[in-house]
Design a protein around this ligand. Structure first.
Ligand code: PSU
Ligand code: MN
Length: 299
């Protein structure tokens, strides 16, 4: 088993049996600009604590998987400009001292789920999950987040798939692969900066206790894979999906291929939305962390 390094706070929580919430680090290194990224990472951790959980932000530092980061680790990830974006496929390249690869790696949803699962953490919060990209019939670009959600037993609290994606195909993939897609206080799948997508979820919960009961029910089946709890962005910062689609259509043809596509699109739309997408993105990450803390405490 991969050797994990725990922060003092997480070590203590493991002994005490507290509800731990995994937080990812790619949104720090690739998703949000500096210094917003540092503030959001710290406030998200505080939100987990405020709702009764213990935060464990996950990353690879100097070849070691760290479960729970110190303030200076977050600052380092936030400022460095050659951080690896780690998912299932390249996580092994960042671990250990054998390879010539850079040793500083931020974990996406998939790599965070893998490491959280190894650490025995059952709840994880992020902003928006990756999914099937628009243009998939030409590019075959499908986020490894979806594969991970299908196979790894960690509940994921998010605001739905990122709206830059092909939402219908992403929803179909989740259905085919047997991910339990739940609306938190809503009947439609939220889409990141947008509260609704017109696409149905599998079911709805309205309290952390209901979410915890559902996660327990899936775990007891022993089938692996995730319950995806979709928590819509707060109303005052939400953006209408047609407005967002206009911004996406205006820039998507210029987007780079592969792993660079998502960070590029997020940064580009932050510009053409006059910062509205960024404001929504920051707040939804913090709110999802708070909800995950309450669910972890209920579990
Ligand atoms: N949520 C955010 N911002 C982000 C991400 C999630 O609010 O940047 C990251 C996650 O790490 C997710 C990744 O796993 O985007 C998806 O990247 P890709 O589409 O290349 O798989
Ligand atoms: Mn991709």
């Amino acid at each position: 088993m991969q050797e994990l390094s725990f922060s003092d706070e997480v070590k203590l929580a493991r002994v005490d049996g507290d509800g731990i919430v995994a937080l990812e680090s790619t949104l720090i290194s690739h998703g949000l600009p500096y210094p917003d990224n540092v503030r959001v990472a710290n406030v998200a951790e505080a939100a987990v604590r405020a709702s009764g959980g213990i935060p464990a932000t996950i990353a690879v530092l100097d070849g070691v998987a760290k479960i729970g980061l110190e303030a200076e680790d977050i600052e380092r990830l936030a400022k460095a400009n050659s951080v690896l974006k780690l998912s299932r496929r390249n996580l092994p390249l960042a671990l250990g001292g054998t390879f010539n690869a850079p040793k500083l790696g931020a974990t996406t949803v998939s790599a965070t789920m893998i490491l959280a699962h190894q650490a025995g953490i059952r709840v994880f919060a992020t902003g928006g999950i990756g999914g099937v990209h628009r243009g998939v019939t030409k590019t075959m670009d499908i986020s490894s987040d979806l594969f991970e959600l299908a196979h790894t037993s960690v509940a994921v609290v998010c605001s739905g798939p990122k709206v830059i994606l092909d939402l219908l195909r992403t929803r179909e993939y989740l259905e085919t692969m047997g991910v339990t897609v739940i609306g938190y206080g809503c009947d439609e799948m939220p889409a990141f900066w947008a509260r609704s997508s017109g696409i149905a979820v599998d079911g709805r919960v309205d309290t952390p206790a209901e979410a915890a009961a559902l996660i327990r029910a899936r775990n007891e089946l022993g089938i692996g894979g995730a319950v995806l709890i979709c928590n819509p962005v707060t109303e005052d910062l939400a953006i209408d999906i047609d407005t967002i689609d206009g911004w996406i259509e205006g820039c998507i043809d210029a987007a780079p291929a592969g792993a660079a596509a998502t960070p590029w699109l997020l940064a580009e739309i932050a510009k053409c939305s006059d910062g509205r997408s960024l404001a929504a993105n920051k707040q939804l990450i913090i709110d999802n962390a708070g909800l995950a803390g309450a669910i972890a405490a209920a579990l």
